[in-house]
Design a protein around this ligand. Structure first.
Ligand SMILES: Nc1ncnc2c1ncn2[C@@H]1O[C@H](COP(=O)(O)OP(=O)(O)O)[C@@H](O)[C@H]1O
Ligand SMILES: [Mg+2]
Length: 351
């Protein structure tokens, strides 16, 4: 019998569009003989619809206008174990793959609903999702695990902005320019700035605060950007992929460099010494375990010009678009895209 698989896409997040692309890619790679697929789209505003149209409509965003969409919700009632429609009809679901990114979707909120539903789902628990989403919390886990990181300051934007001169002087003295300013809990480079002049820090903090009151100021690292895909259970078997490298077409890996710029290059394997690649894989597994991740995560690092491996961040639902690193890294490690999805769904069932 086919597994009844619900794919969630979209979502009330600044990474709505990325999710559409990831979901279209996951859907087009699935072993269709194994799954009965229920596609459920969540609008930017947070409305839920069972969607019956094509993957192309998901990818280009026109799915939302499809006249055949039917409102439905994922029921938190465990006796439903599935999708609940307005007429009271229930569709039983075996497993959910939330192909969602960003706030409300990857930060534990959605995982809370999934947990209450009693339906096995792909990805991290509520706590691990919330912890990995927050770059400041991630830093404390990484520090405790003895992982090398860039120097940073965590603060609330309001505190920085209430005394810009003192805060700017402190940041420049502690971190040295250039400084990266980031919202603590977003992804896809949304709200991230590279600041080269002290007088531009204020503007960068104001941009970041549009997404999160909690912000990170971090020493800029010059070097290569390295990523490692991880699969497994923090309390059981964990597999790391070979490592890849991103060469952004822009000054850093901005939203448009990630998703729209064809000149951003990926190198698989990364162009770093074997010993550094091994160090990345070991650190990726250490972080995955320390943060009690489950299912999947992508761990991102820098390989600095002076030869150091420096941890940057972990993503609990990494991009799954056709050009995304996560599936490509496992493919290059001998686990093709469709088999990778099978593994993630199998793992979800073991939760
Ligand atoms: N400390 C840093 N040094 C150099 N580049 C950085 C640093 N922090 C972030 N970046 C650049 O900004 C991009 C986005 O930052 P990141 O921390 O990965 O946030 P996001 O969760 O939005 O991907 C990175 O891919 C990298 O290009
Ligand atoms: Mg990143």
């Amino acid at each position: 019998m086919k597994v009844k698989l619900c794919i969630l896409f979209g979502g009330p997040s600044s990474e709505y569009e990325v999710s559409l692309r990831s979901a279209a890619s996951v859907l087009s790679h699935l072993h269709t003989e194994k799954y009965e697929v229920f596609t459920v789209g969540i609008s930017r505003k947070g409305e839920w619809f069972r969607f019956f149209g094509s993957y192309a409509q998901i990818e280009d965003g026109s799915w939302i206008e499809d006249p055949n969409n039917i409102p439905c919700v994922l029921s938190p009632d465990t006796s439903h174990h599935g999708l609940l429609f307005n007429d009271g009809h229930v569709e039983f679901i075996d497993v959910v793959f939330p192909v969602l990114h960003g706030e409300n979707c990857e930060d534990g909120a959605m995982q809370g609903l999934l947990t209450l539903s009693g339906i096995p789902f792909v990805g991290c628990s509520v706590a691990a999702s919330a912890n990995t989403m927050d770059k400041a919390i991630t830093k404390t886990f990484a520090e405790r695990a003895g992982i090398n990181q860039a120097k940073s300051i965590v603060c609330f934007a309001s505190d920085f902005l209430s005394d810009v001169q003192t805060q700017t002087a402190r940041a420049v003295e502690t971190l040295s320019l250039p400084i990266f300013v980031k919202p603590a809990r977003t992804g896809s480079s949304v709200g991230v700035s590279k600041v080269k002049r002290a007088e531009d820090l204020e503007k960068a903090v104001m941009l970041a605060r549009q997404y999160d009151e909690k912000i990170i100021l971090e020493s800029g690292i010059s070097g290569q950007e390295i990523e490692c895909a991880v699969l497994g259970d923090a309390h059981g078997e964990v597999i790391t992929s070979i490592v890849g490298e991103i060469c952004p077409a822009q000054e850093f890996y901005t939203y448009s460099a990630k998703y729209d710029d064809e000149n951003s290059l990926l190198y698989i394997p990364a162009r770093i010494p074997q010993s550094a690649a091994q160090e990345v894989r070991t650190a990726a597994e250490t972080i995955f375990r320390a943060m009690e991740c489950f299912g999947l995560s992508r761990c991102d690092f820098f390989f600095s010009s002076d030869g150091q491996v420096i941890f940057n961040e972990i993503n609990s639902i990494p991009g799954f678009t056709s050009i995304s690193m996560y599936p490509q890294l496992f493919d290059a490690s001998g686990l093709p895209y469709a088999d990778l999805i099978d593994r993630l769904i199998e793992l979800a069932g073991k939760r």
